[in-house]
Ligand binder design. Structure first.
Ligand code: GLY
Length: 333
């Protein structure tokens, strides 16, 4: 399936089994190409892309969120400069959200912007982070605080690469699809509830991307609607910070959704999450989570705007204090 994203500059998201083997069909690689990957991604994927490039330069970062830092950003830019990359050359990120975020940001800054392609290899980056142009690094302990909106020229999704992704990562990525279906597509939610998700993953990816595309086309810069993609993130981010890296982002978002929905939705979410081994409880107390929630970037005037799901497939934005968010859910437990 080819999914066009219709922004000022249009681009395609190609979802095709084996697409990585035909990377040159979808990407213009007849130039200098910085292939950015990390050491958590099987080497063969970056190699496959590099082999198709006229002049590849491969940069491999250490895997993990800590790699989204200024030193690595500088390193990527210095490699491009040392190899005399021009305005006409490009960056291809092969990996998950980390290389997509930092690679996209470097591409957006080098010579005021060179072409950027995303080749996501995790389920999370396939359904969410590789599409929509959010790029960033972390700075002074704050996640994604330095970055830009910079859309890729194309995104190539090859679901076959998921065969090397471990189950925990796979289901944490699935949590992002569940998140989008819960707010925006009741039939996709039902499909995931009943699917053999490994067998049906291509359809889940395609339908999730269609949701993301529709949201981003209406609100590229997250002025309103795009905030719907933050469903589960207020408490999710708090859990993620409190857990200090012990839980994956998708796992935290999964639990976070339970703090922002009606009892009926909670029952369905708990069922689906239990089925896929996602956590339905946090071991952190409300008191432990509170400081992280009050620091949430969506907080303003004591109230935090959160996405709330009353019924699967729909959502509303509601303003609550951090205490309300946690006390309400404490009462429900
Ligand atoms: N991952 C949320 C967004 O792209 O807005």
């Amino acid at each position: 399936m080819i999914i066009p994203v219709n922004l000022d500059e249009k681009y395609d998201v190609i979802v095709e089994n084996g697409a990585l083997d035909d990377a040159e069909k979808h990407l213009n690689l007849n130039r200098k190409v910085l292939v950015l990957t990390d050491d958590g991604v099987p080497e063969m994927y970056a190699e496959k892309v590099a082999k198709k490039c006229e002049t590849p330069v491969v940069v491999t970062l250490k895997h993990g969120e800590e790699s989204k830092n200024f030193d690595n950003f500088k390193h990527i830019l210095s490699v491009m400069l040392e190899n005399s990359f021009s305005r006409k050359d490009c960056v291809v990120a092969v990996g998950g959200g980390v290389v997509g975020d930092i690679g996209g940001f470097a591409a957006s800054c080098y010579m005021r912007g060179v072409d950027f392609y995303n080749v996501p290899t995790t389920l999370l980056s396939m359904v969410d982070s590789s599409i929509g142009g959010k790029t960033a690094i972390d700075f002074m302990g704050v996640k994604n605080v330095v970055g830009s909106f910079y859309q890729p020229k194309a995104v190539v999704v090859d679901p076959r690469v998921l065969s090397t992704l471990d189950d925990r990562q796979f289901y944490a990525g699935l949590a992002e699809s569940i998140k989008m279906a819960a707010t925006s597509d009741a039939s996709l939610f039902e499909f995931i509830e009943n699917a053999d998700v490994k067998r049906d993953v291509k359809e889940i990816i395609e339908r999730s991307i269609l949701i993301k595309k529709a949201v981003v086309e209406k609100d590229e810069k997250e002025e309103g609607l795009r905030k719907v993609l933050n469903f589960g993130h207020t408490v999710g981010h708090a859990i993620e910070s409190a857990e200090q890296g012990r839980l994956l982002h998708g796992e935290c978002v999964a639990t976070g959704m339970l703090y922002a929905c009606s009892d009926g939705v909670k029952t369905r979410l708990e069922y689906i999450m239990t089925k896929f081994g996602l956590p339905v409880r946090t071991e952190k107390t409300a008191a432990q989570l509170l400081p992280y929630i009050t620091h949430d970037k969506k907080a303003s005037g004591g109230k935090i705007s959160t996405v709330y799901v009353d019924e699967i497939g729909s959502f509303k934005f509601i303003d609550r204090t951090a205490e309300e968010i946690l006390l309400i859910s404490e009462k429900k437990k």
